[in-house]
Design a protein around this ligand. Structure first.
Ligand SMILES: Nc1ncnc2c1ncn2[C@@H]1O[C@H](COP(=O)(O)OP(=O)(O)OP(=O)(O)O)[C@@H](O)[C@H]1O
Ligand SMILES: [Mg+2]
Length: 222
């Protein structure tokens, strides 16, 4: 490894992505003195496409679908070029959702096959995550958790419902079961998200250790 890792966290709404991201952040920061950069699946770097991102995500229609996909493509490309790639020589990057979530959204909301969405997005993403941690829990567990959060964490009526979350989950499985067709997803590992928070974090850290994705004790890269 000649740079720090690009780690992605995926999982259903409420499965514990933000919680795990914060835990990994503290481990890197406190144990090794390297402060990760956290990015989201959309980072709003291009004002030209901001309106298309909002419309396409919160009011998806057939009419705005292609504009949304083009906007995601522009945002992902800018995120890689301006945030992720420049950071990796200095610090790990942890993304809260990435390509897998976009493929699932287009399948579930638009009936668009992941291979078609992938064909539109992959060309713009010139970087493969070193590891994607997929938080796996029963749909009911993640939905209960999502609903139990305080105000300020949005729960969307057209998204945070059992049948939608169940098909998101099925789409994740179909995509990760066919890695050859989706090379920009990169390696994935499933983490049991029903465990206590500390055990989820320990499993994730172990997965990073096993793949040589943690710094040496002085905080430099291996
Ligand atoms: N392992 C766990 N055990 C019990 N509760 C948890 C666990 N992980 C997270 N939680 C709690 O569940 C709720 C949802 O967690 P979190 O916000 O991390 O999920 P998320 O995947 O980021 O959700 P979203 O996709 O909506 O952003 C929070 O209140 C969090 O404290
Ligand atoms: Mg979150």
């Amino acid at each position: 490894m000649d740079t720090f890792p690009f780690v992605v966290i995926e999982g259903l709404d409420g499965s514990g992505k933000t919680t795990l991201r914060k835990g990994l952040f503290r481990l890197f920061d406190n144990l090794y003195g390297v402060t990760p950069l956290s990015v989201l699946t959309t980072n709003w770097l291009d004002p030209e496409v901001a309106a298309d991102l909002v419309d396409g995500k919160y009011a998806p229609t057939e009419a705005n679908r292609d504009r949304y996909l083009a906007a995601l493509r522009a945002d992902k490309q800018a995120t890689v070029e301006r945030l992720i790639a420049p950071s990796l020589p200095l610090r790990p990057v942890i993304a809260d959702r990435w390509l897998l979530s976009e493929l699932a959204f287009f399948q579930v909301k638009h009936g668009q096959a992941p291979a078609d969405t992938y064909a539109e997005l992959a060309g713009a993403i010139d970087l493969v995550p070193d590891l994607t941690l997929i938080l796996e829990a029963a749909t009911s567990t993640s939905m209960q958790r999502a609903a139990s959060r305080g105000a300020g964490d949005a729960v969307r009526d057209d998204w945070d419902v059992v049948d939608v979350q169940t098909s998101v989950r099925a789409t994740y499985q179909a995509i990760t079961g066919n890695p050859v067709a989706f090379p920009k997803i990169g390696p994935t590992v499933r983490i049991d998200a029903a465990q206590p928070r500390a055990d989820v974090l320990a499993d994730a850290w172990r997965a990073l250790l096993e793949r040589g994705l943690t710094p040496d004790p002085e905080g430099s890269i291996r």
